[in-house]
Design a protein around this ligand. Structure first.
Ligand SMILES: [Zn+2]
Length: 201
């Protein structure tokens, strides 16, 4: 059983201020802090999510360790805002049961973490136009199952298009003819007429 002292030490370690630039950790719902106490080690986040020396770890609240975790709409909007991204929908709503809405309810945390990473790597303006709402095609790695996100496509000079061309591998077109690129983690970026359909695994 963890002692009260260890719990206090963990909280103490997590009170050290985080710094800007720790977006991987922030995207995962955590905070970067110096890992000062042995008890903090047991709940530290994965390595490589924070800037600075290796003692800086991503402290995740209990239960937030898994990227498979499902987000609430409010949590997702907070992560988007914190990382300079916006969302849009024709209906101006977030209800996942309404086609014209853009909902984040039930999105896998890993999906949003992937988008946050892409945002910071590409430095593109990202407007999310599709999430877990009804009306998309079904399947294992689908919108409704929380694996996909749509972002706006701006045409020939699109920042995302330039970035994926330079940095990702183009793969064969999707069955509907959409051009596709794959990043180093096998996430897929498919270009549709007015948006990118992105799958994060
Ligand atoms: Zn889509």
């Amino acid at each position: 059983m963890r002692s009260t002292l260890q719990t206090v030490l963990f909280i103490g370690a997590c009170l050290v201020a985080d710094v800007l630039g720790d977006w991987r950790c922030l995207g995962a719902g955590g905070k970067c802090q110096y890992d000062l106490s042995p008890s903090a080690m047991s709940r530290r986040g994965p390595e490589g999510l924070c800037n600075g020396p290796s003692a800086r770890r991503c402290c995740l609240p209990a239960g937030r360790e898994e990227n498979a975790e499902r987000l609430t709409n409010a949590e997702a909007l907070q992560i988007l805002r914190a990382n300079g991204m916006t969302w849009s929908s024709t209906g101006g709503c977030n209800d996942r049961n309404v086609r014209s809405c853009t909902s984040f309810t039930g999105m896998r945390r890993a999906t949003l973490v992937g988008l946050v990473a892409f945002k910071h790597a590409s430095k593109c303006n990202i407007v999310v136009t599709g999430g877990t709402e009804t009306g998309h095609s079904s399947g294992e790695y689908s919108h409704s199952k929380g694996y996909k996100v749509d972002i706006r496509y701006y045409g020939v000079n699109d920042c995302v298009l330039n970035f994926v061309r330079r940095n990702f591998n183009q793969i064969s077109n999707r069955s509907d003819g959409a051009m596709q690129w794959r990043d180093g983690s096998r996430n897929t970026y498919a270009r549709e007429s007015n948006h990118w359909d992105i799958t994060y695994y």
